[in-house]
Ligand binder design. Structure first.
Ligand code: PLP
Length: 376
C-alpha cells in the first residue's frame, strides 16, 4: 500500500504511540487532581505546551489545547470576532471549518467579506486589503492551502492589514503549514493560529489554538476552568502528550531539501502524463501537497482505480469530498471539468522516491485507460 493522502491524516509515529499508551495505563490520572500523580499528569501537559510554543516561537501561556483544528478555528471566529462590532475579512480559500463558520456568521447578520483567490491558489492580497476598513476587526487567511499546498504570505498580509487598521486581528489556519514551512508567529505578525495533531503523526482528536498574549478572546467552553479557564473539560492527556511527542518525531524526519527534491520528481513525472494539468503555484508551495486535474476524467473514479492498485490519493479536502464541486478550485477560476477531474497527492517526509515513481506509473496507466474509455 502506498499512502499519498497525508494531507487528510497521517500514520501515528511508533514512538508517539508508545508515549501515549503510558498515559492510558500508567500516567492516567486527572491532571486537575491535587495529589502527586495528578500533578505529574499536569506536568506532562505543560511539557507538551512548551514544545508547541517553541515550535511556533510563542510563549507557553499563549497555547491552548483543543480537540481539533476545527474547534480551534470555530473558537477563534466565534469568540474573537463575533462578540465585537465591525467586520471580518476571510479568504475564499479557507478550509470548510473556517469558511462555514464565517458563512454561518454572515448568514446570521454579521458583516463578513470574502477575499478572492488568484489563479495560482494564493489569496489576492490587493483585493483582501481593499476589503479591510476602519471597522475591520478580524482577518482570516489560511497559511497553507489544504487543496494546493500553496503558501500565503502571512507576513506581508499582516503588515498591510495592520498598516490600514492596527486593531485588526490576524487569524490563520496553520494546519497544513505547521512544521512544514516557516511558522515563526512573531515574525509573521499573527494573533491567532490553529494547528492539528493528526497531520503531523500525532493522533486524531487533539489540536491547539495560539492566542497572542495581548489579544483578549472569550473562553470557548465553560466548566471546571481547565486551560487557564479558556477551554474547560478534562484534558486529553494522551492526545496532548502525543502532539508534543509528534513534534519531536516529525522534526527528526522532516528534511526540506529532501521534500523539495521529491516534489520536483513528482511534478516531473506528472508532467509526462498526457492530459494532466498541475493546479496552483508550485514555487510558493510546501512541496507536500500537489493538486492535479485530468479534465474529462472523474476524480472519484480515478481515486477508486488507484486504490484498486494499492495507491491512495485524495480528492481535495477529505472532509468535503462528499460534496459536489470544489469551492476553492472554483474560486481559482478552474473550469467545471477541471474541478471534477481534480485529485490531490500529498506526501509525508517519509515518502520515498520509489513510492512516487510507482504511484505515477499507476496514474499514467489509469488515466490512459479512463481517458480512452471516456473519450471513445
Ligand atoms: N484546516 C485545514 C487546512 C485542514 O486541512 C484540516 C483537516 O483536513 C482542518 C482545518 C481540520 O482539522 P481537524 O481535523 O483537526 O479538525
Amino acid at each position: 500500500m502506498i499512502f499519498l493522502d497525508n494531507a487528510s491524516t497521517t500514520r501515528v509515529f511508533d514512538e508517539v504511540v508508545k508515549r501515549i499508551n503510558s498515559t492510558y495505563t500508567e500516567d492516567y490520572f486527572n491532571p486537575s487532581a491535587t495529589y502527586d500523580k495528578g500533578m505529574a499528569a499536569s506536568a506532562l501537559i505543560e511539557c507538551s505546551r512548551q514544545t508547541v510554543a517553541t515550535a511556533l516561537n510563542a510563549k507557553k501561556s499563549e497555547i491552548f489545547f483543543t480537540s481539533c483544528a476545527t474547534e480551534s478555528n470555530n473558537w477563534a471566529l466565534n469568540c474573537a470576532f463575533k462578540n465585537k462590532k465591525g467586520n471580518a475579512v476571510v479568504s475564499a480559500g479557507e478550509h470548510a471549518c473556517v469558511y462555514e463558520t464565517a458563512k454561518h456568521l454572515k448568514d446570521s447578520g454579521y458583516d463578513v467579506r470574502f477575499a478572492p483567490l488568484n489563479n495560482d491558489g494564493s489569496v489576492n492580497i490587493d483585493a483582501l486589503v481593499d476589503l479591510v476598513d476602519g471597522k475591520t476587526n478580524y482577518v482570516s487567511v489560511i497559511h497553507v492551502s489544504n487543496e494546493t499546498g500553496v503558501i500565503n504570505d502571512l507576513g506581508r498580509i499582516s503588515t498591510l492589514v495592520k498598516a490600514k487598521n492596527p486593531r485588526t486581528l490576524i487569524h490563520s489556519d496553520g494546519v497544513q503549514a505547521f512544521l512544514k514551512t516557516d511558522c515563526d508567529l512573531r515574525r509573521l505578525g499573527v494573533d491567532l493560529y490553529s494547528i492539528s495533531g493528526h497531520k503531523i503523526g500525532a493522533p486524531k482528536g487533539v489540536g491547539a489554538l495560539f492566542v497572542k498574549s495581548s489579544v483578549h478572546i472569550a473562553p470557548y467552553l465553560f466548566g471546571g476552568g481547565q486551560e487557564s479557564g479558556m477551554r474547560s473539560g478534562t484534558e486529553n492527556v494522551g492526545g496532548i502528550v502525543g502532539l508534543g511527542a509528534a513534534i519531536g518525531e516529525f522534526s527528526k524526519v522532516y528534511d526540506a531539501a529532501k521534500v523539495k527534491k521529491l516534489y520536483l520528481r513528482l511534478l516531473n513525472e506528472l508532467n509526462k502524463i498526457e492530459g494532466v494539468k498541475i493546479i496552483g503555484d508550485t514555487e510558493r508551495n510546501t512541496g507536500l501537497i500537489c493538486c492535479l486535474s485530468v479534465p474529462g476524467v472523474r476524480a472519484e473514479t480515478l481515486q477508486s482505480v488507484m486504490a484498486d492498485d494499492g495507491v491512495y490519493i485524495g480528492r481535495g479536502s477529505a472532509c468535503s469530498s462528499h460534496h459536489s464541486g470544489n469551492r476553492v478550485l472554483e474560486n481559482m477560476g478552474l473550469k467545471k471539468d477541471e474541478v471534477s477531474g481534480a485529485v490531490r497527492i500529498s506526501l509525508s517526509p517519509l515518502t520515498s522516491e520509489e513510492e512516487v515513481d510507482t504511484a505515477c506509473k499507476a496514474l499514467c496507466k489509469n488515466i490512459k485507460d479512463l481517458r480512452g474509455y471516456q473519450v471513445g
